[in-house]
Design a protein around this ligand. Structure first.
Ligand code: SF4
Length: 404
């Protein structure tokens, strides 16, 4: 009988590690050869660990709170384990990619432009968000996009150099392009267009766009037509009152209703399972996140559930990190809701910084049987096929709509 049950279930372990981090002493850090210059702190800056059942997690280990975690990283005979009490499971540590050591021809370190998290590379070509200038930034935002930051806009060439280097290492199956708020009606898609087009032209990779909803729906059609395979408009908080309080910019300049309308529309344009919205776990009561999951899956939108851990610079006072028991009902609901609404859960997967719907199967009471298709899309060939199918579908749809 295992005393540490969470250790032996990858989804429980992932959430517990995201909430509480992992202990790692200096000797282990040195023996693992971790180069601490490459962003191992912050919201998504922890250690990428591959747990059993191909489950990725990003676990903090340098922050103060990680020192009291019940989990510890240990090395035995050159193998890595996560240990709790006298029990342990074997894991793999994902070293920071080699491309982090390279720079663009213009001298910018690629690690500043692209961040790897499991099977995808995240790129924010414009690091500014205008909410900050108006003091209506999302209260949990630690300001990666802040107006006082580098303010650097990376060129298409610089982004291509980054994708190319990640691709050569086999680490760019999906490229996430994100953008903060700007006061243009298109939600930033006009700015992102040349990046999407160039990436699709040069690489066989899937592109996801994470943006704020545009004011008019035709920009959503354009997002699809130009080459995005997936789109995320992150409502973040489902409860109306808390949405106003925590996301004042999103509330005042976009509005909750517009999020819902844009997501509903996008779900009709993009393939099943490729339209998603974040609902941050821990910033509203679990019942309210569950209402959000049920609502969004009902309109064929995939809820993605990051766990909030306050980081330096965020503006949320008196926040209490929830316990594993507090958040489990939310993840259980996620799996049942996506299954009930027949949402394809193969697109949003292999991500270390959030729990994906496919991982939530480990919380379900019913036995999970992977279908042949689910197994197939996990393979390299499956990813290439998904890319080919998505390109074909787009061509047909755009032709039907009379564009392109
Ligand atoms: S939209 Fe909100 S979370 Fe995104 S960068 Fe701006 S303030 Fe931060």
């Amino acid at each position: 009988m295992n005393k540490y049950k969470t250790l032996h279930n990858p989804a429980y372990l992932k959430i517990d590690l995201m909430l509480n981090g992992i202990k790692a002493d200096n000797e282990t850090i040195q023996r693992l050869g971790l180069d601490l210059r490459y962003g191992y702190t912050g919201v998504t800056g922890g250690l990428d660990i591959l747990l059993p059942h191909n489950t990725w997690v990003n676990a903090s280990f340098l922050e103060e709170f990680a020192k009291s975690s019940k989990y510890e990283l240990v090395l035995r005979d050159k193998k890595t384990f996560i240990k709790a009490g006298d029990e342990s499971v074997k894991v793999d540590i994902m070293p920071k990619p080699e491309f982090y050591k390279l720079s663009t021809a213009t001298g910018i370190p690629l690690s500043k432009i692209g961040a790897m998290h499991g099977g995808y590379v995240a790129i924010t070509p414009d690091t500014r968000c205008e909410f900050f200038n108006m003091n209506i930034e999302c209260r949990y935002c630690a300001g990666n996009f802040n107006s006082g930051g580098s303010g650097r806009v990376y060129t298409v060439e610089e982004v291509l150099e980054t994708v190319d280097a990640a691709n050569k290492e086999g680490k760019a199956e999906i490229v996430y392009l994100s953008i903060g708020f700007s006061e243009t009606p298109d939600g930033g898609i006009e700015f992102l267009k040349p990046y999407i087009k160039a990436i699709k032209k040069h690489f066989n990779t899937l592109v996801a766009v994470e943006a704020l909803p545009p004011k008019e729906n035709h920009f959503i059609d354009e997002t699809y037509a130009v080459g995005a395979d997936s789109v995320l408009y992150n409502m973040e908080i489902f409860d109306e009152r808390l949405f106003k309080e925590i996301c004042p910019g999103r509330d005042r300049l976009i509005g909750r209703e517009r999020y819902i309308d844009a997501l509903k529309y996008a779900a009709k344009v993009f393939p099943n399972g490729t339209v998603a919205t974040h609902l941050i776990v821990g910033l509203e009561p679990a019942e309210s996140t569950i209402k959000g999951i049920d609502f969004f899956t009902g309109i064929r939108v995939v809820p993605i559930l990051p766990i909030y851990r306050p980081s330096v610079g965020a503006n949320l006072l008196n926040y209490k990190v929830p316990s594993l028991d507090d958040v489990l009902p939310v993840y259980r609901d996620l799996y049942h809701a996506v299954k009930k609404n027949k949402i394809n859960i193969n697109w949003v997967r292999d991500i270390s910084v959030i729990t994906t719907p496919i991982e939530a199967r480990f919380f379900a009471k019913t036995k999970f049987n992977k279908t042949l298709m689910e197994r197939f899309y996990k393979t390299k060939l499956g990813v290439k096929t998904a890319w080919g199918l998505s390109t074909l579908r787009r061509k047909l749809r755009v032709r039907e709509g009379g564009e392109g």
